[in-house]
Structure formats: C-alpha cells, structure tokens
Write a protein of this length. Sequence first.
Length: 176
Amino acid sequence: MDITIELGLAKDINELEQLYNDLNDHLAKGINFPGWKKGFYPIRQDAIDGIEHGNLYVAKYNGKIVGSVILNHLPEDAYYKAKWKYESDYSDIFIIHTFIVHPNFWKRGIGYALINFSIEHGIESQVKSIRLDVYEGNIPAIRLYEKCGFKYIDTVDLGLGNYGLDWFKLYEKLLI
C-alpha cells in the first residue's frame, strides 16, 4: 500500500472526527481492545488540540485519512512512578497518544507505518526515547509495539478504572 504520513491540518478535523467515530462504532460491536468509548475518547477536541499544537500526524491512502498519531512531550502522571531506561524531564522524549487505524485498514501495514514514522521523526527531532501506554487488554497493539522494538517497562493505573480500564502497560523505545 502506498501510504503517506504528514502533519495534520485544520482542514482534516472533520475527517479525523469521522475516523474516531468509525473506530469507536466498530469497537462497540465487537472486542474493544483499547477500551475506547464514543463521546469520551478519542473525540473531535483531541484532533483540534493535536493540530493546534502541531503534533498530530495523519496517514493517508488515496488522499483519505486512514490513521493518525499524536506525538508530544506530555506524559500521564503515572509515568513519573515508572523506572524508565532513559531518565529525562520529557523535553527530549516523545509520548505516543491517540494512535488510531481505521478498522477497514487493519492488518494492512498502516499501524506499522505510523509507528515507524514516529521512530524516524523522533530520530530526526533528536529525541532520546519514545514512550507510550496501552491498555493491558489491547493485545493487537501490544504485539505491534513489541514487534517495533518497544520494551515493556511497568504496569500502572492511569485513573480510568471507572471506565473498566484498570491497568495500562508502559513501553519505551530508546533512540540513542
């Protein structure tokens, strides 16, 4: 597949919101690996914030957005309790957020392309590490992260127990 990955723009917000809704509708009908919920996460405001901060990237196939990822320096509070391989104040660490692939494009290399883009962009941006959290039940994502060289660090509570999301695994990939 010929995928392009580029910085998201304001004109992409409606399409990103549709991507989020399509994914959440699909997850609601089957196994909801990430535990996401329509109207809670991800939502339009996540796309707006990512675009306004210049850290949301979109994967496109034939001009249509089929995936996206946000790369920033903003960890969840629980990250500070973990023993990471690289210690830093997060100014030289990317955190992966809102990593999404449209369900019609699962198992077609989009997720792999977005993760590889994140790694390459991290190297170009001279960050030392990329970190992420993943709900412990999201086995497909965990397999992808491990395949891409991310190493398990710890399991933490992100405070989402009210949504049935008690434990999240933390992963890190060193770029140094």
